[in-house]
Design a protein around this ligand. Structure first.
Ligand SMILES: Nc1ncnc2c1ncn2[C@@H]1O[C@H](COP(=O)(O)OP(=O)(O)OP(=O)(O)O)[C@@H](O)[C@H]1O
Length: 537
């Protein structure tokens, strides 16, 4: 299965201040719903280069769809997110991230609750989908006339099955909100963050050994849109926004992830939707950052740079025969979203730009980056695992699977100090692998081992048989050879004896003839003759 990553462009309107600062110089011209032209304004680095004959002052870009300054939040959601939303509700992992320079409208597009952005709308649709099928704990039951009885896990399971038989499956929504700042992951839903004295815990990015990366986040169960908005507010307060000269708002990647659990009797299906509000892609010289802030700006750019490198490598790998290395592991951001880029879900990017002349060069940079992403085809390279097998919510506090589908929030939380993180940052954390996935893995390994042993045995038997046949053949051949030699020997012996007899007779004959010829002259007495004959013999 091959699908193209969709890349949308949203151009935000000018603010009153920008118009009075003469920022409107027709830098961004939307040609049609898919093509936009960027004209370099006077004084921009791009214009200066083109005047020197290096590069052009005019650039054309195409996108899956372009949303102009008049586009409402509703229209954007309907055209850019709705289909992904339906896929999510049907069970497909979704990832949307907004990309652009600071002050381009990323946060407005994703988060704004007042004129709801994508996130509140996604949540609203999700709750609509959940409808009356909200899952509830069910561990208290009316008992006798006035009392209430606590149910144990087996009883809860029975109650749930009884209810599921009537209503079908139940759903519940869990959310997590975290940020990546200076290449460290921080949970934005950690209450202790409110106390300023306490150092924020850095979360470890773990690998389950099967190529899935995850962070041990605080997952919060929410029942309605109001709760979701409160959480968003709470998390946003926790974002340590660094005030840059360009914009007083955030300067780090913030990721809001929803997990929809579909509970059907004893099975739980998990689907996730992540919305990533990427940090501004501004450069250090422009933002005039110093010290900590400089480090911050450097890291932001680094992770965006790696994101760009990954997308470029993925794109090149689509056409080149020699596959190049994709540096997913070089930044936390790409490490976390690696699976989606490799086809485990559907990703899209919303590129936000403003039309200001003063940020033209940065905007052009963003557009060039998105032009690469726009041609990226997400290829299904890994066999899609059934989502049921990825259900960490079935793991209890003791690490054992809970067949009841009860969610143990504490089992999902584990934080490391910054020091610990630095010690063993990339260590795979096998303990938190979902138990049923481990069992499945062991089972499949056992089957593979058995098959391998069987194959080896058959091979060994074949080799033994072949060797035996070869030995018998050799034995037979040497026996035949021995027999032939024996025969040859016998025949030689016989020939030798015959020849000897022949010579003996010939000598006798010769002696007789000679004797007859010289009978007179050579007469010898009989005794002498016999003696002579015996000598010859
Ligand atoms: N489509 C829009 N319509 C009206 N106002 C907008 C639109 N997009 C953005 N804005 C306004 O532009 C300003 C900057 O937007 P926003 O804070 O979303 O930028 P950003 O890209 O998220 O910046 P940063 O990277 O620094 O967080 C805000 O005042 C926001 O209200």
């Amino acid at each position: 299965e091959q699908q193209t990553m969709r890349v949308y462009l949203r151009v935000r309107p000018f603010s009153r201040e920008e118009l009075s600062d003469n920022e409107d110089q027709d830098c961004v011209v939307i040609e049609n719903s898919q093509t936009v032209t960027l004209n370099a304004p006077k004084g921009s680095a791009t214009m200066k280069s083109s005047e020197k004959g290096i590069g052009m002052s005019l650039h054309k870009f195409s996108f899956s769809q372009i949303f102009g300054p008049d586009t409402t939040q509703f229209e954007l959601f309907e055209d850019a997110v709705k289909s992904q939303m339906s896929d999510f509700l049907e069970g497909k992992t979704a990832l949307i991230f907004s990309y652009g320079v600071t002050n381009a409208g990323k946060t407005f597009t994703i988060q704004t609750p007042k004129d709801p952005g994508i996130l509140p709308r996604v949540l609203d649709d999700t709750f609509h989908h959940i409808g009356g099928h909200q899952y509830e704990g069910m561990d208290l039951k009316p008992y006798l006339r006035n009392a209430a009885q606590y149910l144990d896990l087996d009883q809860v399971k029975q109650e749930r099955s009884a209810k599921a038989a009537i209503f079908g499956s139940f759903k519940e929504l869990w959310v997590a909100f975290f940020e990546i700042y200076n290449e460290c992951v921080y949970d934005l839903l950690q209450p202790s963050l409110c106390s300023k004295s306490k150092k924020r815990a850095v979360l470890r990015v773990c690998d389950d050994g099967a190529g899935n990366t995850y962070v041990k986040l605080r997952w919060i169960n929410i029942q309605n849109l109001g709760e979701a908005c409160k959480l968003l507010q709470f998390g946003n307060k926790n974002r340590s926004a660094a005030a840059t000269k360009m914009n007083q708002s955030s300067s780090r990647h913030s990721i809001f992830t929803m997990k929809l659990l579909k509970i059907d009797g004893g099975t739980v299906k998990r689907i996730s939707f992540s919305l990533c509000d990427l940090a501004g892609s501004e450069r250090c010289n422009k933002t005039k950052t110093f010290g900590e802030r400089l480090k911050e700006a450097g890291n932001i750019n680094n992770s965006l740079l790696i994101l760009g490198k990954c997308i470029t490598a993925l794109r090149n790998n689509q056409t080149e025969k020699m596959k190049s290395y994709i540096p997913f592991r070089e930044s936390k951001l790409t490490k976390l979203f690696q699976a989606v880029f490799l086809g485990k879900g559907r990703a899209s990017m919303i590129v936000n730009i403003n039309q200001c002349a003063s940020t033209y060069d940065e905007t052009l940079h963003v557009m060039k980056f998105s032009a690469v992403a726009n041609q990226l085809q997400v290829v299904q390279v890994m066999p899609a695992k059934p989502l049921e097998s990825l259900a960490p919510c079935l793991v209890g506090r003791d690490g054992k699977p809970l067949s009841t589908g009860m969610v143990d929030n504490e089992a999902l939380e584990s934080y490391l100090s910054e020091e610990e993180l630095l010690d063993e940052e990339d260590e795979a954390d096998m303990f938190v692998l979902p138990q049923n996935e481990l069992v499945n893995m062991i089972e499949s390994l056992r089957t593979k081992l058995l098959a391998e042993r069987r194959r080896n045995l058959v091979q060994e038997m074949e080799i033994r048989k072949e060797m035996g046949d070869a030995m018998i053949q050799q034995l037979m051949e040497s026996e035949e050879l021995r027999r032939q030699i024996e025969e040859l020997k016998e025949s030689h012996q016989e020939k030798l004896e015959n020849t000897f007899e022949m010579y003996k007779d010939a000598i006798k004959e010769h002696a007789y003839q000679s004797a007859m010829n010289n009978l007179e002259d050579d007469y010898v007495p009989l005794d002498e003759f016999i003696t002579e004959q015996e000598k010859v013999e």
